[in-house]
Design a protein around this ligand. Structure first.
Ligand code: AMP
Length: 453
């Protein structure tokens, strides 16, 4: 199947070709034709499946003819987070190059003036987070009765974030005759109810849960004691051929502290979490995308749906409390055909969460074991791999004890900042084939008591 088979216009096909895509993904193949036929649609798909293009592409053709009017956007896309909204906007820019469509992005955390000006000039596509949209609507800066096309993206996330009442309100202000598309990774009852209320005889398309069944992602769980999590993470970052990694933690404070700790150990890391303003979040994301840092420590809300290409590893520093988040998190790797590895740390307090994850994905996640290690290992008696620390702190038990209170030691932190992670050793095996493991007492947390050669 090609994009041309889907009924898209020649201008759009050219833009798709220029973007480098030759074959539609399953969600695109199933969703684009009914949307072009102006049908309502429920798309059960998550990020990483190509779902954004599955609504952006047909929307561009649908909106190609028509007139803009001040304050009355012709279409509306609702996104749960500012980052996702920005990403959808990027998609419109990329695929809309051969069309004269005007777009506005209404997100919190940025100046309202330009947004209001764009609305006054008239927009074809309005991409918004519910909060900012409600704000402008209530101030009378926007009219929704000319909006004939609505996309509710990541609906289950909207539910988690408490946006459903806002969405119901917004839907009630749009004309009844509109076309509506709803995308969600899962369909919990409140989302089914929302769909029933606001969609008209929708076509339902579903693609498999990419992250849980994605053959390009190798997932492991790593049983570990809470206080060994940081050390375990550092070991894996240094020894699992990590190119780029996103490390997820459940709490914002953990994100902040973990990032500091990694930096102190010489890793090039950044952080992204909900307490940061929009500018700082985008700046951190940009540093990661540009490769200035290769590790991004993130919370779920901030990282939801981020399209970051080529992430080789995802680490769940904590097992996520919501099993759906597991699917979203590990979906950051193994995207669009690339291979990825995902490690989930499971301490005692994560036991219930991991059970829920395995129930949701319907499969037990294998425990990271000797056969899975990608470097040669030797017994614990030998010097350890993190030699940069070793010079400073020869005694292992001492290091264990110190790890958690290291934040309070600025003198050490300065020295450690200067130390670089030993990348060359990690690169020994560029072709990604596992190196046969040596003697090793894994899989349990003890696997730290061995060192890479
Ligand atoms: P999404 O699920 O929309 O977040 O998209 C996931 C990734 O797949 C993005 O990096 C897209 O640029 C990429 N992508 C979208 N459509 C295609 C396609 N037909 N072929 C290959 N990659 C695609």
């Amino acid at each position: 199947m090609t994009f041309a088979d889907l009924g898209l216009s020649p201008e759009l096909l050219k833009a798709v070709e220029d973007a480098g895509y030759t074959e539609p993904t399953p969600i695109q193949a199933q969703a684009i034709p009914p949307v072009l036929m102006m049908k309502d649609l429920i798309g059960i798909a998550q990020t990483g499946t190509g779902k954004t293009a599955s609504f952006v592409l047909p929307m561009i053709d649908i909106l190609a003819n028509g007139r803009r009017r001040a304050l009355m956007p012709r279409s509306l896309i609702l996104e749960p987070t500012r980052e996702l909204a920005a990403q959808v906007a990027e998609n419109f820019e990329k695929y809309g190059v051969n069309h004269d469509l005007r777009m506005a992005l209404l997100i919190g955390g940025v100046q309202m003036g330009d947004q209001i000006k764009a609305l006054n000039d008239g927009v074809d596509v309005l991409i918004a987070t519910p909060g900012r949209l409600m704000d402008l609507f209530e101030r009378g800066k926007i009219l929704l009765n000319g909006c004939e096309l609505l996309v509710i993206d990541e609906a289950d996330r909207m539910l988690d974030m408490g946006f459903i009442p806002d969405i119901e309100f917004i839907c009630s202000k749009l004309p009844d005759t509109r076309q509506t598309m709803l995308f969600s990774a899962t369909m919990p009852p409140p989302i089914e109810k929302l769909a029933k209320k606001f969609l008209n005889n929708p076509k339902r398309v579903e693609v498999s849960r990419a992250a849980s069944t994605n053959k390009d992602i190798t997932a492991f769980k790593v049983p570990v004691k809470s206080r060994q999590k940081r050390e375990t993470l550092r070991w894996l970052l240094r020894n699992d051929l990590v190119e780029t990694a996103i490390v997820f933690a459940n709490r914002k404070t953990t994100v902040r502290e973990l990032n500091k700790s990694l930096q102190r150990h010489g890793f090039a890391s950044g952080e992204i979490h909900g307490d940061m303003d929009q500018t700082s979040r985008l700046r951190e994301l940009d540093r990661f995308k540009k490769g200035e840092v290769n590790i991004l420590v993130a919370s779920d809300v901030a990282a939801r749906g981020l399209d970051i290409k080529g992430v080789s590893h995802v680490f769940n520093f904590d097992t996520p409390w919501h099993p759906d988040d597991y699917v979203h998190r590990i979906g950051r790797t193994g995207r669009a055909g690339a291979k990825g590895r995902a490690f989930t740390f499971v301490a005692e307090e994560d036991a219930e969460a991991i059970d829920n994850v395995e129930k949701l994905t319907g499969a037990e996640i294998p425990v990271f074991g000797k056969k899975d290690v990608r470097v040669e290992l030797r017994p614990a008696a030998e010097p350890r791999d993190d030699r940069d620390e070793e010079e400073e702190r020869p005694r292992r038990s001492r290091r264990d004890r110190d790890d958690e209170d290291r934040e309070a030691r600025p003198a050490r932190s300065r020295r450690e900042k200067a130390a670089k992670p030993e990348r060359s050793r990690r690169r020994r095996d560029e072709d990604d084939e596992p190196v046969p493991a040596g003697e090793w007492n894994g899989p349990k947390p003890d696997f730290l008591s061995v060192s890479a050669l």
